[in-house]
Design a protein around this ligand. Sequence first.
Ligand code: UT7
Length: 335
Amino acid sequence: MTQPRSRILGLGGFLPDNVVTNHDLAEIMETSHDWIVERTGIEERRWVTPESGLTGAIMGANAAREAAEDAGVDLKEIEMIIYATLSPDISFPGTGVLMQKELGLKDIPCLDIRQQCSGFIYGMSIADNFIKAGMYKKILLVGSEIHSTGLDKSTAGRDVTVLFGDGAGAAILGVAENEDSMVLSTHLHANGKDANILWVQRPGCSFHPRITKEDMDNRLHYPQMQGKRVFKHAVTKMPQVIMEGMMANDLKLDDVDMLIPHQANLRINQMVAKMIGLPKEKVHNNIQKLGNTTAATIPLCMQDAVKLGKIKRGDLVVMVAFGAGLTWGSVFLRY
Ligand code: UT7
């Protein structure tokens, strides 16, 4: 009996309406449009407002509905949910079940995963392997993030705060009908040795109590990043894990139609493309308008490229990501 293979049946996305430009940020902290664009490529991002009532679960559900429509699938056919986020709506239970409730999908399994910027890549690999094992035929994978409520919006936090945006992206994976459209391979890595170069330390369940006023005075509840070290790891590991997939699939660079890189910094992606020798026409970026939406960047970027006609069915697409953990990975697929 031949093993089933998976494919992306459809893609969806959802963004809050509220646009925050670099000029808006320059009014609340010491930064400038020119600094942000020159160092990161970001021009604006979306941040939820309290009035919008948006949660990660609601945004994820909206992205999921769009993916289902794109796939021509009734959401009731979904057999499993994988929800990737670094910004869960509440401490527990996982946000996957909250999104499941939004979607009215009872009794199917929900798996929350915490691989930050690599969350969607890890989710693709998990979904691919459940389908290959023959356990499920249709899986909903969502990356959804609300960063804006947890960022330090004073000048002390400017290195991190200007980078991040809110949003959600989704894909529905199903069984491939032929080799023209299927996931070819997935490649995952992590190394906790440098977990402390990008993290949020409080609240934490191993502390007594989980957070104190002193912790907050020391800004431990905000993300802290050693930017240059993260940058260096990203431009090393992303080319490596792309080459790993190229070799596993016996591909040449010319075979690649489009690279969908995680959107953390335009300069990182330009450097990665240069290092592997991929022309800039074969790399799609949308960080300029969205900033870094972590687990949502890959599906939002891929959906954007599909909508623009830059990716067509059957094209060879490479997804690659790097993020906190440290975690990194790639997915090779024929869309
Ligand atoms: O999703 C994965 C996670 N994140 C990443 O992949 C991010 C990786 N790192 C980066 O993208 C870059 O390191 C940053 C964009 C975060 C920072 O760029 P950089 O070229 O590494 O700048 P830097 O941290 O060395 O800072 C240079 C200067 C500093 O001032 P002094 O010490 O030279 O006076 C910073 O205080 O720029 C200052 N600075 C800013 N100035 C204006 C830092 N952030 C800002 C800001 N606006 N937002």
